[in-house]
Design a protein around this ligand. Structure first.
Ligand SMILES: Cc1cc2nc3c(=O)[nH]c(=O)nc-3n(C[C@H](O)[C@H](O)[C@H](O)COP(=O)(O)O)c2cc1C
Length: 179
């Protein structure tokens, strides 16, 4: 069963995920079932779109539990004999749509506090997504009406550009597959 909101990492989960598949007990398989199903879902996708607000400068905790559920040795990444790792989530388009109450762009005094973009980039890079795209709507909650409106116009414009880019890309893929 795939839970939309994944549970937090528990001692049982940690033990089960690092036990080789063939040696897992029934109870371990049950603990991993929701994560297994979510991994299957993301691995099967050509494109993944995630939308989330910024909470206290980073991702919402529910998205962190999702990352913990899809970061699995031998499932979404491989641990090589020389100790390095290689992600399996390759050849996928990934878009993160984020909303921020403050403005963290460019010269903003809040810019250095953006702990959201780095965590999304690093955790997805680890499982093989090397060039995720971002549309960041900001500033929203902590801005005046005009700035909020301008932020939404910018975000819609950026989204239209991603949609056009992806439409072209997937049309080419389809044509190649049919040829
Ligand atoms: C608990 C909580 C924490 C938040 N923390 C931040 C934050 O650290 N930085 C920020 O820019 N916005 C923060 N926000 C604002 C949300 O990102 C904002 O509400 C969201 O982007 C949607 O904007 P809207 O409510 O104006 O539609 C926070 C909101 C809540 C409810």
């Amino acid at each position: 069963m795939t839970e939309d909101v994944q549970p937090h990492v528990s001692a049982e989960f940690a033990q089960a995920t690092y036990t080789p598949k063939a040696q897992r007990t029934e109870a371990m398989h049950r603990v991993l079932a929701s994560s297994d199903a979510m991994c299957e879902r993301v691995l099967a996708a050509d494109a993944l779109v995630y939308a989330m607000p910024m909470y206290n400068w980073t991702i919402p905790s529910t998205f962190k539990t999702f990352i913990d559920a899809i970061t699995r040795t031998g499932v979404t990444y491989d641990l090589l004999e020389n100790g390095t790792t290689v992600g399996r989530m390759v050849d996928k388009k990934v878009l993160f749509i984020t909303t921020r109450g403050a403005d963290l762009r460019g010269e903003s005094p809040f810019a250095w506090m953006d702990a959201m973009t780095p965590v999304l980039k690093s955790s997805f890079a680890f499982i093989g997504v090397d060039a995720p795209q971002f549309v960041d709507a900001q500033p929203l909650q902590f801005s005046d009406e005009a700035s909020r409106e301008a932020a939404l116009v910018r975000a819609h414009h950026d989204l239209d550009a991603v949609v056009a880019q992806w439409a072209k890309l997937f049309a080419n893929v389809k044509q190649t597959e049919m040829a």
